[in-house]
Structure formats: C-alpha cells, structure tokens
Design a protein around this ligand. Structure first.
Ligand code: ADP
Ligand code: MG
Length: 242
C-alpha cells in the first residue's frame, strides 16, 4: 500500500465543488510536485491530506490511518503529516529553538532535553543550528522558512506537505529553501509540494501532478509532462509559466 492513498475525494465549500474526485497515490520516498492555476484546488487538497479540512466523499489514508475530521484522528495524524505554509507561521514570541520544541513537548510528550537535542539536530539539517536562541523576526525570510521546515521535521512526519513555501520570498532567498528541500529529498523524505518552481519540479521531483478545475488533469514524470503535454489546458499553463 502506498504511504498516501487518496481515492475519489470530493470536497465542497457550501455549493462550490472544489475537489471533483481526486485520485492520488504517493509512495514512501516519492517527491510529488502539484502544479496548476490559482483556484484549481491545490491548497484545499493539501489541507484535506493533513486533516485541516474535511471532505464529503471518498477517502484519504496516510500511513494506514484514515484521515477524518474526527478530533482524535487529527491529533494522531499530526504525527504523520507535517505541513509548511507560504507564510512561515512561526510563533514570534518564542525563540527558534522554542518554536521547534513546542509540538514535540506538547504532543509527543518529549522531555526538555530530548526535545532540545532533536531541535538542534533539525536546525542543523537546515543549516541554522546557530540560530537556536534567536527570535524569528531577527531572521531573513529564507531563514524563517527553513526554521518552519525544521519545525515540521521535528515531529518526524511520514510525509511533508509544502504549500508554495517559496512564493512569499524575495527571489534571492528562494534558492536556499529549495536547496533544503532537495537535500531532504535526497535523504528519502516523502514530499508533496505545491510549487511554481518548474525547474525544481523537473529536476528534483519524481512526478508532477497538474490540477485543473478540481481534478487531476494530467500526471506523470516531470520531463515527459513538460515536454509532451497531452491536454490543451496543461499546454497553456506551461506556456504561461515557463
Ligand atoms: P489553489 O490553491 O489551487 O489556488 P484553493 O484550494 O485555494 O486553490 O481554492 C480552490 C477553490 O476553493 C477556489 O475557488 C477558492 O476560492 C475556494 N476556496 C478555498 N478556500 C475556501 C474557503 N475556506 N471557503 C470557501 N471557498 C474556498
Ligand atoms: Mg493555494
């Protein structure tokens, strides 16, 4: 069984049919890039995968656990699914180290020392071990986003979801964040990311999923998809972004 199994998921916001029968399977260690126009349902899909949104039909199973909006399940899921957002969402009143230690302490009930060691290790992974005692507002946007990635990793998620995490960054800061993702991918992390970085999708991703109007319109290996789009919708998207 795949690590993430999404079957025929339908999601409505009131009358608005946002996800129209999504099927997607992601194996452990796979890097899947989700692309598509604004409003095609990419963020909603990620939010359904980590239980932030409920859905009305179909099923999502992560690491053998069904994703429902049931409170207990969502808490259990928080250990399997990590998410990083476009806006870094770090707690401004906590130091970088405290940001990383919070969830492992509260949710995983780790002892202070254990959480501290893990936090330092994860900060090391993103090249920011020396920022442990800094407050987030002293860091650049790229550094803050790397902290947000480290914070998600501190929960040892089975899969990491990233929703346009470089979109709010100044262009010169994008590279350092993509480099961290590339290193994580090389280590074998399972990654599902919504991205506008087509080069990253092509060079690092195993597979690209093109969403259009709430559906998986096309999917496949990046090279193939970009070189030979089968639908006019993907062709026109590629023309617009590349
Ligand atoms: P994308 O991330 O691809 O830009 P979204 O998943 O954010 O797309 O949005 C898909 C559709 O759902 C859009 O039409 C958007 O306006 C709508 N939508 C998103 N979030 C909400 C919400 N909380 N309430 C109502 N409609 C929403
Ligand atoms: Mg979005």
């Amino acid at each position: 069984m795949a690590l993430v199994n999404i079957e025929q998921v339908h999601k409505y916001y009131g009358e608005l049919h946002v996800l129209k029968g999504i099927d997607l399977r992601v194996k452990a260690g796979e890097v899947v890039s989700i692309i598509g126009r604004s409003g095609s349902g990419k963020s909603t899909l990620l939010r359904c995968i980590n239980g932030l949104e409920d859905y009305q039909q179909g099923g999502i199973v992560v690491d053998g656990k069904e994703v429902t909006s049931d409170e207990v399940q969502v808490r259990r899921l928080a250990r399997s699914v990590g998410m990083v957002f476009q806006s870094f969402n770090l707690f401004p009143h906590l130091t970088v180290g405290e940001n990383l230690m919070l969830a492992p302490r509260l949710v995983l009930k780790q002892a202070r020392e254990e959480a501290r060691e893990l936090a330092l290790e994860m900060l090391g992974k993103v090249g920011l071990a020396d920022k442990f005692d800094q407050y987030p507002d002293r860091l650049s946007g790229g550094q803050q986003q790397r902290v947000a990635i480290a914070r998600a990793l501190a929960m040892s998620p089975k899969v990491l979801l990233c929703d346009e995490i470089t979109s709010a960054l100044d262009p010169e800061l994008v590279g350092e964040v993509l480099k961290v993702l590339e290193e994580l991918a090389a280590e074998g992390i399972t990654l599902i990311l919504v991205t506008h970085e087509m080069n990253f999708a092509r060079d690092v991703g195993d597979r690209v999923v093109f969403m259009h109007q709430g559906k998986v319109w096309e999917s496949g290996p990046a090279e193939e998809l970009f070189a030979r789009p089968r639908t006019a919708e993907l062709q026109s998207f590629i023309n617009a972004v590349l």
